[in-house]
Ligand binder design. Structure first.
Ligand code: PEP
Ligand code: MG
Length: 568
């Protein structure tokens, strides 16, 4: 059995598909028959074109013309007569193998495009690399796995999954994810929960341990993975799966109900989303609004910045589909573990402490203003609340608000309509913001505590680092004290305080957070109904007492044990 971190609940049983993202090794070889080599090359190009055209059609059906256009551009690369004829000439003239000849020509093309003084052309270099990788894999006989066109149901095994892999994969055929790296708050984990696909992350060596076709069963809550299990074990897990699905059905009866304790303390249970499409899952799970829309996904998985119009459409879609319930839309939070291929940042020693989120937006106000314009324009379609990420000082907050006011002025001047009562809030995910929350609370309409980052910054534990994952502990008294401080300071100024970090959906933490007075809990949609069930079984007055007891404890271990003993 392998043990990792349970990242998305559910039981999965099935055959695995291992995705190896290793570097391609191309050797230089002299060949006898240039004819044969040229044919190998043409076959690989044709095969690649066929594959791309299939993916293109699929992208068109599932995601529309914008995604399909990416693959059209890839096909065009393979139709470039110069690229093809230069490779053929090299094979012929130098009697070199097809892989090597093609790679050499590709390198020439890429360096020409990369040195051009034009963003669009430089981005084409990335397309050429992508396409050449496919042709080389076909030449080398290395399986090209397209997650968007899977032939059968599989459990995906990989080092990690990129946002583009999760965005394009054939979700109907993916039964689960198993990855080497990551923790509960890594993006693969968050994505798995939003897709409602069971997942275990942080398995360290799962790509080496498993091979294609191995049969596994795993529990996405406990993080346990059984390889080639016995008949009895399979039966056991099948039963567990049936039980899990039964429980899920029972939760259905809680739909349409409010989230209220026995003694009538009402809280909001909202959902976290990454794309407008995720609102569907959120409605299905009866979330009471969008508590966090991570807009960075609009910026990812493409080769240029999204236009104001594209963003406007995405925000409008979210606001309209959730209306009249509120949607908290967070401004761009890029940097850290989320990169954009087309925005080259300087290499940093500590990206999580670096040029990211609001810091980048205040520096690149062109990007920030475009997003704010799109948000304001969309505001008339629903109940918008704007939220700034990574605020670490009052100056930063005031500067961000100033830019927002400037954009509002511009729109008014242009005669463009926007809502007049948009709440403006900020995330509390940096310890300095938590400590100064009494000051900051005077300048916002709400706080949302981002525990994913708050834990990592408070305890100096990188949320992505497997080696020190045991130190990334939500029960750490220092973290809990900061949370209490933020809630108390927010309430003193009369603003509501929510939480959109993963802790908000953790059934071990909900009773304490409730007792501390948290007003809104925003979580993966899949956790909403279980959280409602839990809240309806609790008494607010008891939880206040319980939270007090917890606050007097001195170690994470003691707190965790008390919770296990008292509540679970
Ligand atoms: C957080 O830091 O808790 C959060 C919700 O933001 P993200 O996970 O996107 O960093
Ligand atoms: Mg964060």
């Amino acid at each position: 059995m392998m043990k990792g971190t349970g990242a998305s609940p559910g039981i999965a049983l099935g055959k695995v598909l291992v995705i190896q993202n290793e570097e391609l090794v191309v050797e230089k070889k002299y060949i006898e028959s240039t004819e044969n080599e040229k044919n190998r090359f043409s076959d690989a190009v044709e095969k690649s074109k066929r594959e791309l055209s299939n993916i293109r059609d699929k992208a068109m059906n599932e995601f529309g013309p914008e995604k399909a256009a990416i693959f059209d551009a890839h096909i065009l690369v393979l139709e470039d007569p110069e690229l093809i004829s230069k490779t053929i000439d090299k094979i012929e003239a130098e009697k070199l193998n097809a892989e090597y000849s093609f790679k050499e020509i590709i390198n020439q093309f890429v360096s020409i495009f990369e040195s051009m003084d034009n963003d669009y052309m430089r981005e084409r270099a990335a397309d050429i690399r992508d396409v050449s990788d496919r042709v080389l894999r076909n030449l080398l006989g290395i399986k090209v796995i397209d997650l968007s066109v899977l032939d059968e149901e599989v459990i995906l095994v990989s080092n990690d999954l990129t946002p583009s892999e999760t965005a394009t994969m054939d979700k109907e055929k993916v039964l689960g994810f198993l990855t080497n790296i990551g923790g509960r708050t890594s993006h693969t984990a968050i994505m798995a929960r939003s897709l409602e696909i069971p997942a275990v992350v942080g398995l360290k060596t799962v790509t080496q341990t498993l091979k294609d076709g191995d049969f596994v069963v795993f529990n996405g809550e406990l993080g346990e993975v059984l390889i080639n299990p016995s008949v009895e074990e399979i039966d056991y897990y099948k039963n567990l799966k049936a039980k899990y699905e039964e429980e899920k059905k029972e939760l259905e009866s809680l739909k349409g109900q409010i989230s209220i304790t026995i003694d009538e303390r009402k809280v909001e249970l909202a959902g976290n989303i990454g794309t407008p499409k995720d609102v569907e899952g959120l409605q299905k799970n009866d979330a009471e609004g969008v508590g966090l829309y991570r807009t960075e996904f609009i910026y990812m998985d493409r080769d240029s910045l999204p236009t104001e119009e594209e963003q406007f459409n995405a925000y409008k879609e979210v606001l309209e589909s959730i209306n009249p319930k509120p949607a908290v839309i967070r401004t761009l939070d890029i940097g850290g573990d989320k990169e954009l291929s087309y925005l080259k940042f300087d290499e940093e020693m500590n990206p999580f402490l670096g040029y990211r989120a609001i810091r980048l937006c205040l520096d690149r106000q062109d990007i920030f203003k475009t997003q704010l314009r799109a948000l304001l324009r969309a505001s008339i379609y629903g109940n918008l609340k704007i939220m700034f990420p990574m605020i670490s000082s009052l100056e930063e907050l005031l500067e961000a608000k100033k830019v927002l006011e400037k954009v509002k002025k511009d729109l008014t001047k242009e005669g463009i309509d926007f809502s007049s009562d948009i709440e403006v809030g900020m995330m509390i995910e940096v310890p300095s913001a938590a400590i100064a929350s009494d000051i900051l609370a005077k300048h916002v309409d709400f706080f949302s505590i981002g525990t994913n980052d708050l834990i990592q910054y408070t305890t100096a534990v990188d949320r992505m680092n497997e080696k020190i994952h045991h130190l990334y502990n939500p029960f750490n008294p220092a973290v809990l004290r900061l949370i209490k401080m933020v809630i108390d300071n927010g309430h003193k100024e009369g603003i509501w305080v929510g939480m959109c970090g993963e802790m908000a959906g953790d059934k071990r933490m909900i009773p304490i957070l409730l007792g501390l007075g948290l007003d809104e809990f925003s979580m993966s949609p899949i956790s909403v109904l279980p959280a409602r069930k839990l809240i309806k079984s609790l008494k607010y007055e008891d939880m206040k007492q319980f939270a007090k007891e917890v606050m007097n404890m001195s170690s994470a271990k003691e707190i965790e044990e008390l919770i296990e003993k008292t509540l679970l």
